[in-house]
Ligand binder design. Structure first.
Ligand code: ADP
Ligand code: NI
Length: 215
């Protein structure tokens, strides 16, 4: 297995699979997560190749892009079979991606440094200026409003109201984006997250002030 070649082939696969996606998993998201994972891996002394490959493939089994979680994982394992990714690299990669794509509260903790790094890189892409842009793009694609001051905050909504799309881009900051800073695993990611978090707070303050006509 030649590493450079595997990475190039993974890039090609991701372009084919996610090329037209507008749910926030476009190829540029993947490219940014890959670069960020490599950067953190160097700082943390982790396996840069494994982080890059896991970052490239991390959204392939995502539930939003597949009929079922099993179908998504099969797409990934078929690709690994076809490209002779075997042994420890394969099992480590599958472990990272399977753990990362768990949604909700009962997520098992990510076990290895490489897994923690790719998770950090993915989460960093959801905050800061990029996170703001992705959130508004996603909300638009789902037909949600940017903001609706008459809506209750997420924690006061029923699950049914929430499923019906009665949320907004601004709500998403409170239900997710502002919580991510404290979920970072590595010190390198924590430092970047602090800065991006402050930027989002400044944005929200300004957005709500303009909304109220104060600026
Ligand atoms: P990830 O690749 O981080 O797992 P998700 O699939 O959860 O991302 O979401 C893709 C992008 O869309 C992220 O930037 C996320 O913050 C944003 N997003 C997810 N759910 C919502 C929502 N309900 N409203 C607005 N933006 C959302
Ligand atoms: Ni992602």
């Amino acid at each position: 297995m030649e590493r450079e070649r595997i990475l190039q082939q993974a890039e090609e696969f991701v372009r084919q699979e996610l090329g037209g996606d507008s749910s926030g998993h476009d190829v540029w998201h993947i490219e940014r997560v890959r670069r960020m994972a490599e950067r953190i891996a160097r700082v943390e002394g982790a396996d840069v190749f494994l982080c890059a490959l896991a970052a490239l493939l991390h959204d392939i089994p995502d539930e939003k892009l597949n009929a079922s979680p099993e179908a998504g994982m099969k797409k990934l394992t078929d690709w690994l079979d076809a490209h002779d990714v075997e042994g420890d690299t394969r099992s480590h990669l599958l472990e990272i991606i399977a753990t990362m794509s768990f949604k909700g509260g009962n997520r098992p903790p990510v076990r290895t440094l490489e897994g923690r790094i790719v998770q950090d890189a993915d989460r960093l892409d959801a905050i800061g200026a990029l996170g703001i842009a992705r959130t508004f793009a996603y909300s638009g694609a789902k037909g949600q409003l940017s903001h609706d001051p008459t809506l209750p905050p997420r924690e006061q909504m029923t699950a049914e109201e929430y499923r019906q799309g009665k949320s907004t881009a601004i709500n998403h900051f409170y239900e997710k984006l502002l919580l991510l800073k404290d979920l970072m695993n590595t010190d390198a990611a924590k430092r970047i997250a602090e800065e991006r978090h402050r930027y989002m707070e400044g944005f929200l303050e300004r957005f709500l002030a303009e909304w109220e006509g104060q600026m």
